[in-house]
Ligand binder design. Structure first.
Ligand SMILES: [Zn+2]
Length: 155
């Protein structure tokens, strides 16, 4: 395994798991204001989703673009220890996919919100994110929504 520099280790430590991150707090506040009630970091579910809406059977992930290897302006492989970072981030992505597949097969609908939806030149206004997410959560039939600063994917 590559040796991490102190700088990288600090970066690593400060972002592990990324719980209660700024984008997550913004999203929580917005959806709560829209009358949606959720549970946080539910342990019994694959991937421990950041927000769960039991009433609507929706599991929500708020992904940091770096840690989950999003194809956007916020993701850039560090110049040093590239192999380490590549493996780590690929591992995260594979785990994400597996967890989503598991949740889907258990009948959960999935909402994935990427950090870049709130950050950068193509970010969306919070109200727009709130409306799109709320509509998805309450729709009851749409199975999957991914919202980001680069594209909105429906499956
Ligand atoms: Zn992104």
């Amino acid at each position: 395994m590559d040796v991490l520099t102190i700088e990288q280790r600090r970066l690593n430590m400060s972002r592990i798991k990324g719980r209660d991150t700024k984008p997550e707090l913004v999203l929580r506040r917005a959806l709560h204001a829209n009358g949606l009630r959720y549970r946080l970091h539910v342990k019994g579910l694959p991937g421990r989703p950041d927000l769960v809406f039991p009433q609507y059977k929706v599991a929500t992930f708020v992904h940091g673009c770096f840690w989950h290897g999003h194809d956007c302006h916020l993701f850039k492989l560090p110049m040093t220890n590239r192999r380490f970072w590549k493996n780590k981030i690929n591992g995260n992505r594979k785990r994400d996919e597996k967890q989503v597949a598991h949740l889907k097969s258990d009948g959960w609908r999935i909402l994935t919100v990427w950090e870049c939806v709130f950050k950068g030149p193509e970010r969306l206004p919070v109200n727009k994110v709130k409306e799109t997410c709320s509509r998805f959560i309450r729709s009851g039939n749409q199975k999957y929504l991914e919202i980001s600063g680069v594209k909105t994917l429906r499956r």
